[in-house]
Design a protein around this ligand. Structure first.
Ligand code: NDP
Length: 247
């Protein structure tokens, strides 16, 4: 049976580490051409090289998802090189958790800019192409924290609830264009995400928890592949997954 992934052109933001990196490797191994976006150019260039050395197709494009013009260029470059965009995985995200009353207001701005506006920038960049093509799939990374607010996760959760809301709205709007939309909501996955928590106590508590129950980013890669691999008339709208040991 065809996997419906082979020869697809897939843009992945946040491809320089964690779940984006795992998704890139997995999709490339299944025959997709992957376009890797992130700010750390050295990381995505190395990943592209590794994928190519393993017989896959990959292109690295340095991008800051908070900059609309840069994200637009990511889409333009993809079409220039590969002629189409089958999928965008809007996965770049940050999670500097802290209670609201500590007033880390700049971190609130960063979360809103990367986690919400970054996703919107990705949608804006690919939608004109996908509408014209009359096919495409927009996959946005939300979270279990987009379903439930944890201690210290109010602003982060607000951004991840927003990702679910805007993806559901988009799903209904893009039906005439044969475009699929998918929300992926991971639970605790072992990545670099906790490294950017500035509050030492919150960081330690999260590291302890994720260190104990967290699962491999490969779990995310498999879920993304599952959603893409469905026949085009099947749209996996949302997947929530978490470690078996997670509350
Ligand atoms: P990582 O920190 O390993 O990866 C985050 C990625 O986002 C990096 O590739 C980083 O690249 C990129 N990124 C951050 N800011 C920007 C920016 N301004 N422009 C472009 N890229 C950016 O964490 P994860 O793999 O865990 O995170 C991936 C997604 O999964 C995030 O949206 C996160 O919120 C979500 N998530 C994670 C969970 C977990 O338990 N790990 C659980 C639920 C959801 P670079 O720094 O090179 O730009």
């Amino acid at each position: 049976m065809e996997n419906n992934i082979k020869d697809k052109v897939v843009i992945i933001t946040g491809a320089s580490s964690g779940m984006g990196e795992a998704a890139a490797k997995h999709l490339a191994s299944l025959g997709a051409t992957v376009v890797l976006g992130a700010r750390r150019a050295d990381k995505i260039e190395k990943l592209a090289k590794d994928i190519q050395e393993n017989g896959g197709k990959a292109l690295a494009v340095e991008v800051d998802v908070t900059k609309r013009e840069e994200v637009k260029k990511l889409a333009v470059e993809t079409v220039k090189q590969f002629g189409k965009i089958d999928v965008i995985l809007n996965n770049a995200g940050v999670m500097p958790l802290s209670p609201i009353d500590r007033l880390n207001v700049e971190e609130w701005d960063t979360m809103i800019d990367v986690n919400i506006k970054g996703v919107l920038n990705g949608i804006a960049a690919v939608l004109p192409y996908m509408k014209e093509q009359k096919f495409g799939q927009i996959i946005n990374t939300s979270s279990v924290a987009g379903h439930k607010v944890f201690n210290g996760s109010a602003v982060y959760s607000a951004t991840k609830y927003a990702v679910r809301a805007l993806t559901e709205g988009l799903r209904m709007e893009v039906k005439p264009y044969n475009i699929r939309t998918t929300i992926v909501c991971p639970g605790a996955v072992k990545t670099e995400l906790l490294e950017h928590i500035s509050e030492a106590d919150i960081q330690q508590a999260n590291k302890d928890y994720v260190g104990e129950v967290g699962i491999s980013p490969d779990s995310f890669a498999r879920v993304v592949a599952f959603a893409i691999s469905q026949p085009e008339d099947v749209d996996i709208n949302e997947v929530i997954f978490r470690p078996t040991a997670q509350e």
